[in-house]
Design a protein around this ligand. Structure first.
Ligand code: SF4
Ligand code: SF4
Length: 400
C-alpha cells in the first residue's frame, strides 16, 4: 500500500515541478533567443523521458541547448529515449549544412550512449533538417540502425507518433511564421545593439539609446514585413532582390549611404555644423547600413543572399537512375517533390520553392539528383556530401 501512495505524492510533486519547469522553460527561451547567434553547448549522450522500455522510440537531436529544451518539452508525457549528438552547440540545420553534425557524430552517440543495450529495435528518429549532413545509408551500413526522418519542428513529434511515424506535407515543410520572425529579429538586434553601444561609448555616448532604438526598430521592420517583400527574393524575382538586399555584389546599401552622406555634408555646410557632427553621423549611418547589408543571410530558412554561392543552383533529376524510393520527398523542407508510388517515379513539381539545401541530393541512394549552376557546371552528389557550406555559402568544409 505504501508503494501505491508514493506515485500519488510523486504526481503532486511533478505538477509543482511542472509549473516551475514551465517558468524555467520560458526563461531559457528568452535568454537563449537573445544569444541565439552564438553556439550554446549542452551535454551529449542519452536522456530518458518518462519510463521507457525495450520497445520505446529513440529520438536524436543536436547539442544546441535551446533545441534540446524544446525537444524535451515536445516529448513530455511520452516514454522514450532522446540521444543528444555533438553538433558543437549549433542548431540542427546550420550544423548539418555546415559540417558540424555529421555521420560520425550520429554513429558516435549511437555506439557510446548505451542505447543499444536498452532497446530491442534499431530505429532512430532524426530531425528532418539533419538530412543535409547525415546520410541514412551510411548510418545503416556502419551501425545497423535505420534512420527515420522525423518532422521539421519538434512540436509536430506527438502528431507524427500518432500518425504511425508518417509525416504530412505540413510536417515536412520549413516555414517562417510570425513567432520565428520575432525570434530572429531579437536574435539579430540584441548582439548588434550591444556591439554598436560599445562603439558609441567613446564616440557619441548620448546617441547610444537612439542607435539601439534604430537597430531594434529596423530589425523588427525587416523581419515582420518579410512576407510582404519575400516574393521579390524568390527565384522569379531574384534579380530585384539582388539589387535591393545584396550588399556584396549589388552594393545598393553603400550607394544609399553615399547619398545620405552627401545630403548630410550639404546640410552641414548650409547650417554651419561642425566636422565632428558629420563624422559621428557618418559612423552611425554606416552601422545602420551594415545592419541593412546583412541581408537576412542565415536568418531566414527561405532566402539566401547573393553572397551565397549556391543561390543560383538548380536541382536536376536523372530519371534513368531514379527508383522512386521517395527519400527526396521525405527530406525536402520545401515539398518540391511528388512521388508516384505505383509507378516508382518522381517529379520535381515545385522547383521554384527550392532553397538549395542539398538534403535530397545527400540522401538519394541512387545518385539520381545533382545541382547545376547557371554556367552548366555540375555539382555531383559526392561533392554535396563531402563539402559543406561555410558562412558565406561556399562548399569548402571537407567531411572525411
Ligand atoms: S530521386 Fe532518388 S531519392 Fe528521389 S525518388 Fe528518385 S531514387 Fe528516390
Ligand atoms: S529540392 Fe531543394 S529544397 Fe528540396 S531538398 Fe532538394 S535542395 Fe533542398
Amino acid at each position: 500500500m505504501a508503494k501505491k501512495a508514493k506515485p500519488e505524492k510523486a504526481k503532486k510533486g511533478i505538477s509543482k515541478i511542472y509549473d516551475f519547469g514551465y517558468l524555467r522553460y520560458i526563461f531559457i527561451n528568452i535568454i537563449e533567443t537573445l544569444l541565439r547567434m552564438f553556439p550554446l553547448l549542452c551535454k551529449t549522450g542519452l536522456i530518458k523521458i518518462g519510463n521507457p522500455d525495450r520497445t520505446s522510440p529513440v529520438f536524436l537531436t543536436c547539442n544546441y541547448h535551446l533545441t534540446v529544451e524544446r525537444v524535451k518539452r515536445a516529448l513530455r508525457g511520452m516514454d522514450c529515449y532522446l540521444l543528444v549528438a555533438n553538433s558543437r552547440g549549433i542548431n540542427v540545420w546550420c550544423a548539418s549544412t555546415g559540417g558540424h553534425l555529421t555521420n560520425h557524430d550520429v554513429i558516435s552517440v549511437l555506439k557510446t550512449s548505451g542505447i543499444e543495450d536498452l532497446v530491442d529495435h534499431r530505429n532512430v528518429i532524426l530531425p528532418q533538417l539533419a538530412a543535409t549532413g547525415v546520410e541514412s545509408k551510411v548510418i545503416k551500413e556502419k551501425t545497423g540502425w535505420n534512420v527515420i526522418w522525423g518532422p521539421v519542428y519538434s512540436e509536430d513529434i506527438p502528431a507524427f507518433i500518432e500518425n504511425k511515424l508518417k509525416k504530412t506535407p505540413e510536417m515536412r515543410e520549413v516555414k517562417f511564421p510570425l513567432l520565428q520572425r520575432i525570434e530572429m529579429a531579437i536574435a539579430w538586434a540584441f548582439p548588434i545593439s550591444i556591439l554598436s553601444a560599445l562603439i558609441m561609448i567613446p564616440l557619441w555616448p548620448e546617441m547610444i539609446f537612439p542607435t539601439a532604438f534604430t537597430i531594434w526598430s529596423l530589425s523588427f521592420f525587416i523581419f515582420l514585413t518579410f512576407p510582404l517583400y519575400s516574393r521579390w527574393l524568390s527565384s522569379e524575382g531574384r534579380r530585384i532582390g539582388f539589387i535591393f538586399f545584396d550588399f556584396g555584389k549589388g552594393g545598393f546599401q553603400l550607394i544609399l549611404w553615399g547619398i545620405v552622406m552627401l545630403c548630410l555634408i550639404i546640410y552641414s555646410l548650409l547650417a554651419g555644423l561642425t566636422l565632428e557632427f558629420v563624422l559621428r553621423w557618418a559612423v552611425l549611418s554606416f552601422i545602420i547600413v551594415l545592419i541593412l547589408s546583412m541581408d537576412l543571410m542565415g536568418s531566414t530558412p527561405l532566402y539566401k543572399s547573393g553572397l551565397h554561392k549556391d543561390r543560383f543552383l538548380e536541382v536536376f533529376l536523372d530519371v534513368e537512375r531514379c527508383r522512386g524510393v521517395a527519400l527526396c520527398e521525405q527530406v525536402c523542407p520545401r515539398n518540391c517533390y511528388r512521388v508516384n508510388r505505383e509507378l516508382h517515379t518522381t517529379t520535381i513539381v515545385r522547383a521554384e520553392k527550392c532553397v538549395r539545401c542539398g538534403a535530397c541530393i545527400v540522401q538519394c541512394p541512387f545518385d539520381a539528383l545533382y545541382f547545376k549552376s547557371p554556367e552548366d557546371e555540375i555539382i555531383t552528389p559526392e561533392i554535396v556530401r563531402r563539402f559543406k557550406l561555410n558562412l558565406m555559402g561556399k562548399r569548402v568544409i571537407k567531411i572525411e
